[in-house]
Ligand binder design. Structure first.
Ligand code: NDP
Length: 279
């Protein structure tokens, strides 16, 4: 029978573990504070920020909100981030992306101190990940590793194929699977004969951004399929990059959308916040 990998349950488990850890830290006089910066009022960003604040409250992390108007200049945002870098009462800094077009996202990401980079997007964090040094790891791929491990799925020696090579999912996913001793292949829009490559995967990770792109022909019998996609279909329903109905019977384990990878991202953000205060 196909195993449904329950991201809701596993993310709750992680948040509950963190809650206990944060409580113990508080008893030792250690507090954790996340600064959440949002520029403008993009509705999707507002929902993400609200969910992050809710998760902080649940785990016992203080969240300090900086809601800046759309017209905020790049210089003003850089100045705020620099102030937060210097502020000893702030452990982690999260600048919600995307930023308004007049602000250079790359410059803002590079302004965040690597020691407070809870999103794991700073080039120093990325470098640390690839050379196997301790540092912050991008939350979605870190969450996928937890999903696999906590579902009893072995990575070592497995043929892992990732579809997508973005800086926030595909590439860090490759580094993490490699760290777990998987044999990793990264595919993308220029990959030739994609289904031939993906159908050799023991573990297939789809991070494409195309509704129900991965159908049964892309998947090996008994594979584990992780669906990162969050798309809207023609009827406006939330769906993944994997055609769940087409693939489900063929695989040994699969994540649903919603309720798979999605909830893990915030749980791992909370973990990164707590990490800032761990000795
Ligand atoms: P990007 O658009 O940054 O990257 C998409 C990747 O898919 C690119 O590398 C692209 O290749 C590749 N791709 C596009 N079309 C094809 C194709 N036909 N064949 C093979 N590869 C293709 O997306 P993200 O990585 O940011 O996100 C991917 C999906 O995951 C989205 O649906 C997003 O909403 C979701 N997501 C979900 C998160 C969660 O918490 N659940 C968090 C982050 C993202 P190329 O590089 O050649 O262009």
């Amino acid at each position: 029978m196909t195993q449904l990998i329950d991201g809701k349950r596993i993310s709750q488990e992680i948040k509950d573990e963190l809650k206990i850890e944060v409580q113990k830290m508080k008893e030792q006089g250690i507090s954790v504070c996340l600064a959440v910066v949002q520029v403008g009022n993009d509705p999707a960003s507002t929902v993400y920020v609200r969910n992050k604040k809710k998760a902080c409250a649940y785990v016992g992390i203080e969240s300090r909100a900086y809601e800046l108007p759309e017209e905020t200049t790049e210089e003003e945002l850089v100045k705020l981030v620099e102030e937060l870098n210097q502020d000893d009462t702030v452990n982690g800094i999260l600048v919600q992306l995307p930023l308004p077009r007049h602000i250079n996202e790359d410059r803002i990401i590079r302004t965040i101190s690597p020691d407070k980079d809870v999103d794991g997007f700073h080039p120093v964090s990325v470098g640390r990940l690839w050379i196997g040094e301790k540092g912050f790891v991008s939350c979605t791929p870190a969450g996928i590793i937890q999903l696999l491990k906590r579902s009893g799925i072995e990575i070592e020696g497995k043929n892992c194929v990732i579809v997508g090579r973005s800086n926030i999912v595909g590439k860090p996913m490759a580094a993490l699977l490699l760290r777990e001793n998987g044999t990793v292949t990264v595919t993308h829009s220029r990959t030739k004969n994609l289904s031939e490559v993906t159908s050799k995967a023991d573990i297939l990770i789809a991070a494409i951004g195309k509704a129900r792109f991965i159908t049964a022909e892309y998947v090996k019998d008994g594979a584990v399929v992780i669906d990162v996609g969050m798309n809207r279909d023609e009827e406006g329903h939330l769906c993944g990059d994997v055609d769940f109905k087409d693939v489900e019977a063929k695989v040994s384990a699969i994540t649903p959308v919603p309720g798979g990878v999605g909830p893990m991202t915030i749980a791992m953000l909370m973990n990164n916040c707590v990490e800032t205060a761990r000795c």
